[in-house]
Design a protein around this ligand. Structure first.
Ligand code: FES
Ligand SMILES: [Fe+2]
Length: 347
């Protein structure tokens, strides 16, 4: 994932992705593009230039580059030097985001690598907003691990997602059904899905807020039922689906929230963290407090992860023999999937 559409509306965006500085923008006709953010003439960042028609014009001496990165015009010169070009990266707009392919451009045609777990962002019945953190000082694997590990919510997010009930993540078994006080999971070639259910629960302020606001109230004090589905797709996409309702009511009457998270490495030790949160109920006025709430929650992970990264250092966590608890095996499975994909790609 490279950018939110709003980040390139009428402006150029310079972003470091996989150690490359890239300029991302949109041509006048609306086509998104991504080029190396360095003019081949005197190395000015192209991101301080501007879009002229279908080209990007350097802000220093006005050389123009098309979407393939080829220099098509040098002002005052009849032809552009043949070697004047910058690297271009394939981009596509899908599911409400701009996606980039940093690898061999000839392999960029397979859009199936954009995960289906983001399905709700295309559905107008689900309202919400975007957010992201730029360059967290954390390796992407640690953020992935964090999103996979529901048990941290009780300690890191006690006034929102946290609840003692989240401990059922440690009580897991293969399967794809919702089972009260259990976690069931399925592992595929590049996807892991798990489901948790807690009926009659009293904890979890955010889940209670969902039920309360669905009734137009500030508070809901009676027990609730909660179903949570978490879909992870390699390498770094996680989507949560929460269904909350007053205890005893059927699942179909629950209100739902979906949080999608995508991590894009900037460097080995810095990552961009994109999220999108949507819900299937409530008036438009509810979107702002909802988005403020989720932002505040994700902000709590940031200092923890950055502090963790300092202790982990530059050797991968799993090469330092960390202790594991029940339930940690799912994040290890995700890491194994990523290692396998990385190996296949390097080969
Ligand atoms: S640095 Fe870009 S045209 Fe000179
Ligand atoms: Fe968290």
């Amino acid at each position: 994932m490279a950018a939110e559409p709003g980040e390139i509306a009428d402006k150029l965006l310079s972003r470091q992705i996989l150690n490359e500085q890239v300029v991302i923008g949109r041509t006048e006709s609306g086509i998104p593009f991504a080029l190396e953010d360095r003019c081949p003439h005197r190395f000015a960042p192209l991101s301080i230039g501007r879009v002229v028609g279908e080209n990007l014009q350097c802000g220093y001496h006005g050389a123009e580059f098309d979407q393939t990165g080829k220099c098509v015009n040098v002002p005052g010169q009849s032809t552009a030097p043949a070697n004047a070009c910058v690297r271009s990266f394939p981009v596509v707009e899908k599911q409400g985001y701009i996606w980039i392919w940093m690898g061999n451009p000839e392999l960029a045609h397979d859009l199936s690598s954009i995960p289906a777990c983001f399905y709700r962002s295309d559905d107008p019945a689900w309202d919400g907003g975007y957010g992201h953190f730029e360059s967290l000082n954390v390796n992407f694997n640690l953020i992935n691990d964090n999103l996979f590990d529901i048990t941290h919510a009780e300690y890191v997010h006690p006034e929102s997602f946290g609840a003692e009930e989240m401990r059922i993540y440690r009580n897991s078994e293969p399967g794809d059904a919702y089972v009260d006080q259990k976690t069931t999971y399925t592992v595929d070639e590049r996807e892991i899905v798990f489901r948790m259910q807690s009926l009659n629960m009293t904890g979890g302020p955010f889940y209670r807020w969902m039920v309360a606001t669905s009734m137009g109230k500030d508070e809901y004090v009676d027990p609730i039922d909660l179903d949570m589905e978490v879909s992870w797709a390699a390498p770094t996409f996680t989507a949560f689906l929460l269904n909350a309702r007053p205890a005893g009511q059927p699942r179909e009457q629950g209100v739902q929230v979906s949080n999608m998270h995508a991590i894009t490495p900037a460097t080995e030790y810095t990552s961009h963290y994109f999220y999108r949160s949507v819900k299937d109920y409530g008036p438009p006025e509810l979107i702002e407090p909802f988005m403020q709430g989720v932002k505040a929650i994700f902000e709590q992970d940031k200092p923890l992860l950055e502090a963790q990264q300092l202790r982990v250092g530059e050797i991968d966590l799993f090469n330092q023999k960390p202790v594991s608890f029940a339930g940690d095996m799912l994040q290890q499975q995700a890491r194994r999937i990523n290692s396998r994909l990385l190996e296949a790609e390097s080969a």
